[in-house]
Design a protein around this ligand. Sequence first.
Ligand code: G3I
Length: 360
Amino acid sequence: MRAGRPGRRRVVAGILATGVAACSRVSRSEPAANVAPLRSVVAFPVGCAVTTAHLADPTYAALLNAQFSQVTPEWEMKMEYILQADGSLRFEAPDAIAAYARAQGLSLFGHNLVWYSQRPVAFARLDGQPDAFAKAYDGYIAAVAGRYRGRAVGWDVVNEPIAEDGGGLRDSLWSRNLGEIDYMRRAFDQAHAAAPDAVLFVNDYNLESLPRKRSAFLRLAETLLKSGAPLGGLGAQCHLTADLEPGSLSRMMRELAALGLPIHVSELDISLNRAKAGFASRADLIERQSRLAAEVGEAFARLPAAQRFAFTVWGLRDKESWLRSAAENPDPPWDAPLLFDDAGRPKPVLGALERGFASA
Ligand code: G3I
């Protein structure tokens, strides 16, 4: 959180106390000239990752409302926010985001129920006690997915289950206590029982750049489907780097689409800074960023309508990107991975994405 921002509780309380009424006073800001609002140029949901801190900024909210039709909580619907050390659950922030979405007529996408990288104390203390662990696991998923029943149109039920080298499934607190497939099967079953209308996804990254990982992801999806798991869609995060080989995204989309399930481009950003050092000039990387946006936009828009679940970017303005956190980007040049610059102005990459959508 950047210095000088109101404390988290005040932010959430602010959104809650003024309720969504304050947010509903937020007008849909006029998008910059000659760039149509993203939500108006497509026939599928376009989403954005949000936080309560960002939603408390009326300028941010106005731009979000003008451009997007769906929101994904960037971190406040995960175990790290909801599950307390004593096993209790707190929902102020995700409830505020859900209320904002409802007030603004935006769809809500839940992210995420189970993730290898979340190892909350409340579960760590049950490690090696399979019965107690399973009971707590089932209870958590039922409580969280159930709370947003009828409000979350879908969930990332299992996030990033594939080993980075594509050699198999990640080892995790969940796989060690419940089994490497069974922890996923349980999660899908519990989520479906709690929220039967939500589309349930398995979600991963580098599916465009690591063919071996993509194959393992697709094998997992087939295994889950054959086991009877209520897997309803495939999430391709698409955290891209501007040096990605042209054509990679189209190949990925074709292979994922072949399974026949709805597809969610779930976390798009296109990093300039993470491109290989010396690969190209900044200006060339910016040009490549636009070409990649056009490629993924066209590949997604070419999917059959039934498979175009949603297209989500992982943040609104560059300065809100996780890639600009102090840990990721401590010094200039500042990364510029998103569709709008720090001031909220549309960038060339937005126009390129819209042209990609339109070219399908
Ligand atoms: O804002 C709070 C601050 O008030 C508090 O003092 C501080 C310490 O607890 O935490 C701050 O929240 C941080 C939050 O980002 C907002 O900056 C959380 O600690 C931090 O864990 C959280 O990181 C998020 C990360 O997932 C882990 O949840 C990133 O924002 C988010 O962009 C990132 O998103 C992931 C997707 O879920 C999965 N795919 C990869 C993607 C990028 O890593």
